[in-house]
Design a protein around this ligand. Sequence first.
Ligand code: CA
Length: 230
Amino acid sequence: MTKAFLFDMDGVLFDSMPGHAFAWVKAVGRFGLSMTAEEVYMNEGRTGAGTINALAQRTWGRNATEEEIRSIYAAKSAIFNEYFLARGEAPVMPGVCDVLERVRARGLQRVIVTGSGQHSLLDNLNRHFPGMFRRELMVTAFDVKRGKPDPEPYLIGLQKAGISADEAVVVENAPLGVEAAHAAGIFTIAVNTGPLPDATLWAAGADRVYADMHALAKALDNSLKKRNTA
Ligand code: CA
């Protein structure tokens, strides 16, 4: 019996990944590190420190210092903000409001599980999705030690919602996020909103893969109809 849907944020609620890819590539280049846009998508979900250390190991043969991590992450955040200032803010993912409404209509809890550490997160969510999310049911970078692909963020999400893994469904878009949710033992729906092939999501352990949020909303309608006629 499903009691809650756990939603990732970037690439699920907001179509923000193109901005993250742009910002990571540009920011790390300023510090003598390199990263392709495809690598940004493959690493999506990791904490900022985890991503920076992986790049530092590759180029410098060592982890980044605390100061380097702070500077690089600050540069990345600044470039990300400029990117969307120039284009208007990160758009809401097309079709995701339909998905959220269907989940709410079934009386299911909505939980956010994100690696993001923006302090303005809840305000942002409330502005775009009024009444849909609550502070107590959010897992952010401030809650976790290990971050995705470790199952920790999703396990904390279950704990905050007071439910077990078989009472939850996860909606993710990235391979490492799917890996984290699958490792937490939760039924995982992947919606492929980015440029990677579906095979990367299946390989990470997705139970379903949809092309976009409209397809997921339709699937939720169909499963509801099935239940009503059963
Ligand atoms: Ca994501």
